[in-house]
Design a binder for this molecule. Sequence first.
Ligand SMILES: [Fe+2]
Ligand SMILES: [Fe+2]
Length: 275
Amino acid sequence: MASANLNKLIDMAAPYWAAEAEVIATYFASPQRTRESDRAWLAVQCYKEFWGTSMDNINKGLFLGPVESLLAAFPKIDQGEDRHEILDVLEGLWAEFAHYVAFADAFDAMALPGEPKMSPSMVREHLKANPGRVEDDQLTAMRVEHKNKYGTIGMRALRFTEGGYCTLFSEGMKLKNKPRADFEKADIAIANSCSRVYDDEFGHMLKGVTGLDEDNLTDADWKLLFDLSKMQLQGRILMRNAQFGHPVGQARLDEMRAGKCKPLPFDYEKAKLAA
Ligand SMILES: [Fe+2]
Ligand SMILES: [Fe+2]
């Protein structure tokens, strides 16, 4: 049974999740969409799945980071390093690499002969100069600040907002139902990639939700979690709009960031949480 505070947090988030979904759906239906713009957002997604969000040089990303921590843990398994935590790291490594593979497959499937194929180093170099990264870098900076400044609650907010209720994947999966005549092959490739990722990411999102009620947070903690999460969710809307080449204009973006979208219903049943 979810607590009143958790329900309140979910209700706060729901219009922002809806906004993110709207950004993505707007792009998919937009006349500005091209094969090139599809490859561009897929490249950003591959980057995120492999390197995480930070552009700094010390970032080891979602592959090398866990691999190094596993190597370091190896001599201490069950002698200081809990096997369940190691399994968690392994699961994360497997899942995020699987997501990279799914989106890289779609990216490569849309390549014309002679165009670059996906690789982690290619995408890292390529995206360094991408102007669409500004919003993503701003969001990352905010998340890092929240984590550094507010410790556990900051970390909780990060986990809660991660993935934005998987709206990229759920919107992508919908393309299969009615592919656009001019994008049929792309729509099916994207929908396939998104369905390969959706369940894992829903699980990752749940890790940020379940357990919140067992943490015995004070009212002040909940208030902080609420405020930090709201700021991050607003930042996510701009990040997604940039990833997709700014399909949504300023006026609608302002409404979205003011929480004016019709809330996306949270699936309590799938989350195994009673409202
Ligand atoms: Fe992922
Ligand atoms: Fe994930």
